[in-house]
Design a protein around this ligand. Structure first.
Ligand code: ZN
Length: 182
């Protein structure tokens, strides 16, 4: 899998590994000299490396190459959805059906989905620019197509056993117990 990233405008770009500044600059200069093939050459300082390190980012201008990279990005998310998705748990907000929560038991993370659009950071900060779906959305799509979204099926009606007031009181008690100072 090539190291690729999504630019703000939705194009796909390559990224080098971390380099010292002089090597990053020399590499960027070389890429820049191939302006007919590559664009948006940038030297970016890593905010993750402990010492001062940089990477070079650039995108191929060739449309087919861009399409390949887009497809690869899609497949990567689909693979994650295929591997973990069946364990995801979707909770429908009965007070507001446009909001769903998705829980991933593999990471313990939980995200809100508004009208089917996931609020996870991967979607918000990376995939959105290229209108790609995250693994939570892809798995939701699969279940919707299979008629098992969020976690119910057509023939089994689930009836709430408590009123909204009882539910709210129970949640308030849970919060008071877990966060006594709140
Ligand atoms: Zn997501």
């Amino acid at each position: 899998m090539p190291r690729q990233t999504i630019l703000q405008g939705g194009s796909l770009a390559y990224r080098t590994t971390l380099l010292p500044l002089d090597r990053a600059a020399a590499f960027a200069k070389m890429i820049d000299a191939n302006a007919s093939r590559f664009a948006d050459v940038e030297i970016i300082r890593s905010d993750r490396a402990r010492t001062e390190k940089y990477f070079v980012q650039f995108r191929p201008v060739n449309r087919e190459r861009q399409q390949d990279m887009y497809t690869r990005e899609w497949d990567k998310n689909q693979k994650r959805a295929d591997e973990q998705g069946q364990d995801f748990i979707y909770f429908l907000n009965t007070d507001n059906p446009t909001v769903t929560f998705v829980f991933n038991p593999h990471s313990g993370e939980t995200w809100e989905m508004f009208g089917g659009h996931c609020q996870c950071p991967h979607k918000q900060f990376r995939l959105n620019a290229a209108s790609l779906s995250c693994k939570h959305e892809l798995e939701a799509d699969r279940r919707r197509a299979a008629g098992i979204y969020p976690d119910a099926d057509k023939k089994t009606q689930t009836v709430p056993t408590e009123t909204r007031e009882q539910f709210k009181a129970r949640i308030a008690a849970m919060i008071a117990e877990d966060f006594p100072d709140a």
